[in-house]
Ligand binder design. Structure first.
Ligand code: G3H
Ligand code: 13P
Ligand code: ZN
Length: 311
């Protein structure tokens, strides 16, 4: 089927109280792995590309790959711009067939975030494209030492209500103490999960959790066995993800877990089979590794089997 909007996918998830994985891709290998996982799990899925991914792979190339794979996937697929910051890139994405865009104005003062988000909502909705915005800053809670600092990072429920009302966004990314990358916590993983409930009660729309990778100990160990230096890696525990979904998260962003699995697998193949010169022999197991990560996430998020209720 052709691409659907993220609003269609996420409103159904909101209604059904589950979450859909939004997986970052940069190339054909990642796109095929995620799509094949979604087809096997009968799961709706969001494929997302950052501005960096678009610069790396090419706008036309990336959109052609995803559109073509989505046609045969047999499950609802949305193509989403992750952390859009440049208005012209957002407009290019819309012109090239993205069905969803994120405007990330989270580093701007509140009124500027509202103004740019409204501008994007007007343009995107006019083209039938959904919009995600972000309020709060992604940073580990323990990085903000004083309580006041901590609260300044996290999303404020009153601000969230006002932001959604004034911008008309379809989904809102909130900050509850997660951060991007493999080193999310220095000590115990601490998340402000109660904020999800408070914000959901105020806004009702699908909520998004960024920086949600679990950082599997086994995969870190596999990478390190074959030379990686991934010390200090720590991710969000599965139980926290399940609890966040129970409280109202409907889109969960995953990039780091796929990067780790892909690179760990490539390291192992290159190390254990030094005779290999055919890149496909290195890439095939790496694709299988990220497919397995995506399948695990779809089961964890509760989206497996939910494609049927959508199409
Ligand atoms: O949140 C950011 C994603 O992990 C994408 O990262 O900008 O390096 O493509 P990137
Ligand atoms: P991770 O780095 O935890 O995978 O988060 C990815 C993300 O939020 C992409 O927007
Ligand atoms: Zn993110």
């Amino acid at each position: 089927m052709s691409l659907v909007t993220s609003k269609e996918i996420l409103d159904a998830a909101n209604e059904g109280r589950y979450a859909v994985g939004a997986f970052n891709i940069n190339n054909l290998e990642f796109a095929r792995a995620v799509m094949s996982a979604a087809a096997e799990e009968r799961s709706p899925v969001m494929i997302q590309a950052s501005e960096g991914a678009i610069a790396y792979a090419g706008m036309k190339e990336l959109t052609s790959i995803v559109k073509s794979l989505a046609k045969d996937a047999g499950v609802p697929v949305a193509l989403h711009l992750d952390h859009g910051r440049k208005f012209d890139v957002i407009m290019q994405c819309i012109r090239h067939g993205f069905t969803s865009v994120m405007i990330d104005g989270s580093s701007l003062p509140l009124e500027e975030n509202i103004a740019i988000t409204r501008k994007v909502v007007e343009a995107a909705h006019g083209a039938g494209v959904s919009v995600e915005a972000e309020l709060g800053r992604l940073a580990g809670i323990e990085d903000a030492v004083a309580v006041d600092d901590r609260d300044a990072f996290l999303t404020d429920p009153d601000e969230a209500a006002m932001f959604v009302e004034r911008t008309g966004v379809d989904a809102l990314a909130i900050a509850i103490g997660t951060s991007h990358g493999p080193r999310k916590f220095k000590g115990e993983p601490v998340l402000a999960l109660e904020l999800v409930t408070e914000i959901k009660n105020r806004v009702g729309i699908p909520l998004v959790l960024h920086g949600a990778s679990g950082v599997s100990y086994d995969i870190v160990e596999q990478g390190e066995k074959y030379g990686a230096k991934w010390g200090g890696s720590k991710g969000v525990p599965d139980e926290s993800i399940v609890e966040a979904i129970r409280r109202g998260i409907n889109k969960v962003n995953i990039d780091t877990d796929m990067r780790l699995a892909f690179v760990a697998s490539m390291r192992e193949t290159l190390w254990t089979r030094p005779e290999v010169i055919d890149p496909r022999e290195v890439l095939r197991p790496a694709i299988a590794a990220i497919k397995s990560v995506s399948v695990g996430k779809m089961k964890l998020f509760g989206s497996s089997g939910k494609a049927l209720t959508l199409s």
